[in-house]
Ligand binder design. Structure first.
Ligand code: AMP
Length: 279
């Protein structure tokens, strides 16, 4: 595995793989099995897998965890290599946002609700960096996790809107054996909050079971998830929402299409997200 820092180095290393032979997995590092599942999928899709590790300042709000975001460069490099990554790109902030940088992607309706409401500017920052990364790597396929469902939809929309020549692939959420969705931010959780946080996956699992038994009313499914999470006294709910999974408009039982149940909940200072897509 080659580790590269600059765009110029990246382009040189990837020159022999031009023409659709590259799969790309962008991450912010502190890698876990959710990330490596995307990389392994990359090895099945292309002869060369490129992963990036970049904690993107543009997508963090002023009161968010940018400076304390967990990092483990050596561990990450080892996990990438084991997962079949051929080139690991770790750009510096100055390389992606040099002095004078001022152009950004402006996202639209998909970025409005859910995390977009609690994190103003977040998805513009995500879309801007993803566009920069896609232009530099020029992959045939880029692989994202459904754990960040709204991010996946925003990226899919941007790729369509700009007619970018890349296929976007969304992969299933990888969970801990007890159900907690894997996340780099789980490292912030104290032992007690780690146990409390299980209510998120438990509530979504129950909603899925109710869906399978025939419950189709979005509000009924949503409010039960909210009640279960609310019953965990220490959970500080940001949102529990039922939305059309593709448009992210408020779910309406009369509009056909898959239903997204999405939650964002704080335990102490740690904000966790999880979701399930039904139908
Ligand atoms: P991050 O490092 O949090 O920016 O995540 C990088 C990529 O990994 C994104 O496409 C995420 O959706 C994906 N990802 C993060 N956690 C998981 C998970 N538990 N299962 C599947 N994909 C994940």
């Amino acid at each position: 595995m080659r580790i590269v820092r600059t765009v110029a180095e990246l382009r040189e290393v990837l020159a022999p793989f031009r023409g659709g032979g590259v799969a790309f997995v962008p991450t912010m590092g502190f890698l876990h099995a959710g990330h490596t599942s995307l990389m392994r999928e990359g090895t099945r899709r292309a002869g060369m897998v490129v992963a990036s590790i970049f904690v993107n300042p543009l997508q963090f709000g002023p009161k968010e965890d940018l400076s304390r975001y967990p990092r483990d460069p050596e561990g990450d490099a080892r996990k990438c290599e084991e997962a079949g990554v051929g080139v690991l790109w770790c750009p510096e902030v100055e390389d992606l946002y040099p002095e004078g940088f001022q152009t950004r992607v402006v996202t639209g309706e998909l970025a409005g609700p859910l995390c977009g409401r609690s994190r103003p500017g977040h998805f513009d920052g995500v879309a801007t960096v993803v566009l920069k990364l896609l232009l530099a790597v020029a992959p045939g396929v880029a692989i994202f996790g459904r754990k960040d469902w709204q991010q996946l939809r925003v990226v899919e929309r941007m790729v369509e809107d700009f007619a970018l020549p890349v296929q976007i692939l969304g992969m299933p959420i990888v969970r801990e054996p007890d159900g907690l969705a894997m996340s780099s931010r789980n490292a912030y959780l104290g032992a007690e909050d780690r146990v409390r946080a299980l209510v998120l996956s438990a509530a979504l699992r129950e909603a899925e079971a109710r869906w399978r038994r025939g419950e189709r009313d979005p509000e009924s499914l949503r409010s039960r998830v909210e009640a279960m999470i609310g019953a965990e006294g220490r959970a500080d709910i940001d949102y529990v929402e039922a939305r059309h999974a593709l448009t992210l408009r408020v779910a309406d039982a009369t509009v056909p299409g898959p239903l997204l149940l999405a939650v964002a909940v704080k335990f102490g200072t740690t904000r966790l997200i999880d979701n399930v897509v039904l139908g």
